[in-house]
Design a protein around this ligand. Structure first.
Ligand SMILES: *[C@@H]1O[C@H](CO)[C@@H](O)[C@H](O)[C@H]1NC(C)=O
Ligand SMILES: *[C@@H]1O[C@H](CO)[C@@H](O)[C@H](O)[C@H]1NC(C)=O
Ligand SMILES: *[C@@H]1O[C@H](CO)[C@@H](O)[C@H](O)[C@H]1NC(C)=O
Ligand SMILES: *[C@@H]1O[C@H](CO)[C@@H](O)[C@H](O)[C@H]1NC(C)=O
Ligand SMILES: *[C@@H]1O[C@H](CO)[C@@H](O)[C@H](O)[C@H]1NC(C)=O
Ligand SMILES: *[C@@H]1O[C@H](CO)[C@@H](O)[C@H](O)[C@H]1NC(C)=O
Ligand SMILES: CC(=O)N[C@H]1CO[C@H](CO)[C@@H](O)[C@@H]1O
Length: 427
């Protein structure tokens, strides 16, 4: 069995870019006739200028899945910020949106200035939730990270610890309100230092049934409103204020509905996570990635979230805050290989069609799904897909279909250049 792949960037009347993903399961020439139809009358979605986003996580080197430890020194706490390839990989985007977060963010404590207590690292202990102890972010490491992000041209969204102040009940759910005091200290420190943070996000995967533990939608909405008030207070008088995002979790209809309703306009972006291929250990990942009907199923959460937001008629928008496809760190030679582009590019196209404003790939570096190789920092194939998208695909998303075979998928946007001249669509 051979695989044939083509990624074409077509320049149609100099105005829009369109890409076509094609798979065939045979090397023999299989002639299929088909046609691409694009409706240029109006756009069906309007994505952020910096739609492409990638994540940096907290996982220490001791994080292992199925006997493989794939994180190396890619944690926010130990990543080599002097690495030239890393710097240039981000710089190429100018800016690259970067979301800082992941499972252990709800175990991270921010060192308070003047605090004489030691600031311990996240340490492995398999009897604890998520397999690690609480850990601490020193302000000197936070300084280093911010200087690096400023120089490399990263636009940062920071995921805050949403379990602060809560206790875990006997049924495994988190009880009580969010204690915002430690987050407040971090945000104040950051604002006073003049570090640009474009968004503060509350929590990681605590929505719905949650991963490890969960928080009710009503409580979460209440806590997110507190975060918004805090941001408004701290950034009072600032020309540009960071946005507030939440919940950074898996889509669950009832929970998300209630969260959107209860938080009314206090949240600028609702963030969902996507791991629709199942666990990284699955031996059939490649088959799923190359199965058009499996990929089609991936559009459901985008459509559902768009519908909830349309109904609420608020200004809140949808983001994918973290998407690695296969959970538990992905799978070596699959989620860091060429074949993963079929999943990734299709996701970018679908998310845009349903007006998702930003799509954060898990990860920029770390695990088996990095855009960069965890040990050498050399770009994996999806890095180039991300960069091409960033350079070519403009903000206006056009309704596009391909008839002929479901193995060819097409997506079209106005080009980035036509956006500037305003010549792409009628309205
Ligand atoms: C193209 O989009 C416009 C605006 O949504 C719609 O009115 C029109 O019917 C569409 N054209 C076709 C051929 O689908
Ligand atoms: C991580 O960095 C430490 C200290 O620099 C080094 O000893 C170790 O080999 C590195 N680990 C990996 C997996 O690169
Ligand atoms: C935590 O880990 C970092 C990076 O490996 C190291 O530089 C630091 O000294 C450690 N801190 C403590 C308190 O062990
Ligand atoms: C791991 O955590 C448990 C529960 O807090 C504690 O009893 C145990 O001593 C810890 N193990 C290690 C090796 O620190
Ligand atoms: C922060 O961002 C704003 C707007 O993008 C920019 O004008 C300003 O120079 C930035 N400040 C720093 C310290 O990078
Ligand atoms: C990452 O780099 C290492 C060292 O060169 C190499 O062994 C490994 O195969 C690379 N991983 C991928 C997915 O290319
Ligand atoms: C400002 C605004 O439009 N707020 C609305 C957001 O959505 C919720 C739920 O539909 C409404 O209750 C708010 O009034």
């Amino acid at each position: 069995m051979g695989l044939f792949f083509s990624l074409s960037i077509l320049l149609l009347s100099q105005l829009l870019f369109c890409f076509i993903l094609k798979t065939t399961d045979s090397l023999s020439v299989n002639v299929v006739e088909g046609s691409v139809n694009t409706n240029g009358t109006a756009s069906i979605g309007f994505i952020d200028e910096d739609f492409i986003c990638a994540t940096l996580d907290w996982w220490p080197p001791e994080k292992c899945d199925y006997g493989t430890c794939s994180w190396g020194n890619a944690s926010l706490l130990n990543l080599d910020l002097n690495n030239k390839i890393l710097f240039n990989a981000i710089k190429a985007f100018s800016p690259l949106k970067v979301r800082l977060g992941g499972t252990l963010q709800d175990k991270v404590i921010y060192q308070k200035i003047g605090d004489q207590e030691t600031c311990p690292n996240l340490t492995k202990n398999s009897s604890l939730m998520f397999g690690f102890t609480n850990g601490c972010l020193t302000m000197s490491r936070w300084d280093e990270l911010n200087i690096f992000f400023k120089n490399s041209g990263a636009k940062v969204v920071f995921g805050l610890n949403a379990l602060s102040g809560r206790t875990i009940g006997l049924d495994g759910t988190a009880i009580g309100p969010w204690d915002s005091s430690n987050a407040e200290a971090l945000i104040r420190y950051t604002a006073n230092k003049g570090y640009n943070i474009s968004g503060w996000e509350l929590g990681n995967e605590l929505s719905g049934n949650g991963i490890g533990t969960s928080v009710t939608a009503k409580q979460y909405a209440f806590d997110t409103i507190s975060l918004q008030n805090l941001v408004q207070k701290i950034y009072f008088g600032f020309q540009e204020k960071p946005i507030v995002l939440g919940p950074g979790g898996f889509y669950e209809a009832n929970w998300f509905n209630e969260y959107v309703t209860e938080s009314s306009n206090a949240i600028q972006a609702i963030t969902q996570h996507i791991y629709n291929l199942g666990p990284g250990v699955d031996d059939h990942l490649v088959e799923k990635i190359l199965d058009p009907s499996y990929l089609d199923g991936g559009s459901q959460p985008f459509r559902d979230l768009q519908n909830i937001l349309k109904k609420s008629r608020n200004s809140t928008v949808a983001w994918v805050g973290e998407a690695g496809g296969a959970y538990n760190s992905g799978r070596n030679l699959v989620t860091n290989a060429f074949v993963f582009g079929f999943w990734y590019l299709d996701q970018l196209g679908m998310a845009s069609m349903y007006d998702t404003k930003t799509y954060c790939r898990q990860t920029l570096i770390g695990g088996n799904y990095g855009l960069l190789n965890t040990t050498t920092f050399v770009p994996n194939p999806d890095y180039y897909s991300a960069l091409l998208w960033h350079r070519l695909m403009g903000r206006h998303v056009l309704s596009t279909s391909f008839t002929g075979t479901n193995k060819i998928r097409s997506y079209a946007h106005c080009s980035k250049t036509s956006q500037k001249t305003g010549t792409c669509i009628a309205k």
